[in-house]
Design a protein. Structure first.
Length: 311
C-alpha cells in the first residue's frame, strides 16, 4: 500500500463516529492497554465498550485492529503473524483484537464484510490495511508504511512493556503431540501433513472435538490454497450446475468470511439438481455447518432452508 493510498483512506473510508463517545468500560472489562497497575500491553482484546480507550491510545501510538472470529480459518493463520510482528516492533505499534461475533457494533463500524480484516488507527482515524490472510513479509511491509504515515501525522510515541511475570503471563497448557504436529504443519503450509496428524488424533480418540474442528478447517484451507477467486467465479457462472465449480466458490466465500453467500450458493445448487444428485451437496453443506457452529444464526437459517428443500 503506497503512502498516497494510505493518506487517501485517512479521509474517511470507515465511520467510527458511533463508537467514539460510548461510556468507558468498567474496570473489569478494560482492555489491557487501559491505565492499570500492570501497565499497557502490546496485544489486547477489545470490546464494543472498551473501544473508546483504544481510539484515545491511537493518538500516542498506531493501533492495528485485527477483526477475526473463532470459526475463521484464515484468521487463525494471520493473527499469530500479526502478534509476532507487533511484538518485534517493541512498542511502536499496538495490536487490538476484535472478535466480530462478540462485538457486532465494532464489526459494523469497521464495515467488516469479510474477515480477517486488518485496519489501523492513527490519531483516532481509521486506515484500512488489508483483508484476508497475507504472508508475513507483506505484513512487515505494510506495518513499515503505517509507521511512516503515523510519523507524518505526529503519532510517534511508543508503549513500554516490562518483562512478563508468571502471574501476568501464565504458561499455556502444552498441546498434545499430534495437535502440535498439525499446528507446525499448518504454519509451514503443509496441509496434507496437518490433515494426517488430525486424522490420527481422531483414530486414537474419536471424541477429540479439537481434532475434529481442526481437521475440518485445514481440509477447507487445503481445498482453497491453489484456487484463483476470479477464475473460480467465472467457471461457476459459466456452469451453474457444475457441482465442483460451485463448491470452489462456496469454499472461497467461506474462507473470506462471506458465510451467508457460501450457504446460499450451495442451497441454490441443491434446489436446482435432480434428487439423485443432491447427496454430495447436502454432505458439503453439513460439513460447512460444522465449521461455523450449529448455534450460529447463519447456520440455523441455512439448516431451515435445507430442511424445507428436503421435505
Amino acid at each position: 500500500m503506497s503512502d498516497q493510498a494510505l493518506g487517501a483512506v485517512m479521509r474517511g473510508a470507515v465511520d467510527l463516529s458511533s463508537l467514539r463517545n460510548r461510556p468507558a468500560a468498567p474496570t473489569g472489562d478494560a482492555p489491557a492497554s487501559a491505565p492499570t497497575g500492570d501497565g499497557p500491553s502490546l496485544v489486547m482484546d477489545v470490546t464494543d465498550a472498551s473501544f473508546p480507550q483504544v481510539l484515545e491510545l491511537s493518538r500516542t501510538v498506531p493501533v492495528v485492529v485485527d477483526l477475526w472470529a473463532e470459526w475463521c480459518g484464515p484468521c487463525k493463520q494471520l493473527s499469530p503473524i500479526l502478534e509476532k510482528v507487533v511484538l518485534e516492533l517493541g512498542g511502536r505499534v499496538v495490536l487490538a483484537k476484535v472478535d466480530v461475533d462478540a462485538n457486532p457494533q465494532l464489526a459494523q463500524g469497521f464495515r467488516a464484510q469479510s474477515i480477517p480484516m486488518v485496519v489501523a488507527l492513527v490519531a483516532g482515524q481509521p486506515v484500512p490495511l488489508f483483508t484476508g490472510a497475507v504472508p508475513e513479509q507483506q505484513v512487515r511491509e505494510v506495518f513499515a508504511q503505517l509507521l511512516q504515515l503515523a510519523a507524518q501525522n505526529g503519532v510517534t510515541g511508543s508503549i513500554e512493556v516490562g518483562a512478563p511475570t508468571e502471574e501476568s503471563a501464565p504458561e499455556e497448557p502444552e498441546l498434545p503431540p499430534l495437535h502440535a504436529e498439525a499446528f507446525a504443519a499448518i504454519e509451514a503450509g503443509d496441509y496434507a501433513r496437518a490433515i494426517a496428524a488430525y486424522e490420527q488424533a481422531l483414530v486414537e480418540d474419536p471424541r477429540d472435538a479439537d481434532a475434529k474442528a481442526g481437521l475440518g478447517q485445514v481440509t477447507l484451507l487445503q481445498r482453497v490454497q491453489d484456487l484463483d477467486l476470479q477464475e473460480a467465479r467465472a467457471a461457476a457462472a459459466a456452469a451453474p450446475l457444475d457441482v465442483d465449480a460451485q463448491f470452489a466458490v462456496a469454499d472461497l466465500d467461506l474462507t473470506g468470511g462471506h458465510v451467508d453467500d457460501a450457504f446460499a450458493r450451495l442451497l441454490e445448487l441443491f434446489a436446482a439438481l435432480e434428487p439423485d444428485q443432491r447427496g454430495v451437496v447436502q454432505e458439503r453443506l453439513l460439513e460447512l455447518f460444522g465449521l461455523i457452529g450449529d448455534a450460529d444464526p447463519r447456520v440455523l437459517r441455512a439448516r431451515g432452508r435445507l430442511a424445507s428443500l428436503l421435505f
